[in-house]
Ligand binder design. Sequence first.
Ligand code: PGA
Length: 245
Amino acid sequence: MRQLIAGNWKMNGLGAQLGEIESIAANAPAHADLLICPPATLIARAAEAAKGRIAIGGQDCHAEISGAFTGDVSAEMLKDAGARFVIVGHSERRQYHGESDAAVAAKATAAWRADLTAIICVGETEAEREAGRALDVVGVQLAGSVPSGAPIEATVVAYEPVWAIGTGKVPTNGDIVQMHGHIRARLVAQLGEGARKVPILYGGSVKPSNAAEILALAEVGGALVGGASLKAADFGAIFSAARKD
Ligand code: PGA
């Protein structure tokens, strides 16, 4: 399966940074799929700059199509602006905006309604890992955030341990393999055998120096990259490390 290397720009990026997207698109490899999720203000221009060579996505969406929700953006609006994907349930949304598993599931359903692929994020905190609860916590998040009947071809799961995001810390290879295997088993239990095709991305401090090692691990279907996706050179070093099989 081709790996998906996705960049999450978070609240970073002005028009002046569109050149990074042009450069990423110009160097897109044949052996992996690339996605950049810029802030909503840049999606339309980013989609133009990408020239169809890489996908563009949103970082969040509202569950409703439209209405009195000041400041929010619907999945249909992202699609209309040129997005093909949307991240839902990123830990920063869960933490700073109080998003529950049920809210994340509703956003994933909205993504599918708008014909977008949903990247559903899960991951434990440091305290939860230290307490030996990481597998259970992620299992509960999957049960609550991945709706039954999820369309396999439009579903991606990202495992992002909260303590690894933006910290430079990464789990051991063994811990990544164990968690990705656990997520695969839970997805198959929830969605059926078809769920073997759902890509499971790893996210949290992926950088040029560790990308090849992480992307070679069993059940790692790609990466969700924050800080190191902002510069085309760093992101290029990461996507070049995608598996070629
Ligand atoms: P990071 O962020 O790569 O900067 O750790 C990953 C993410 O939050 O998606």
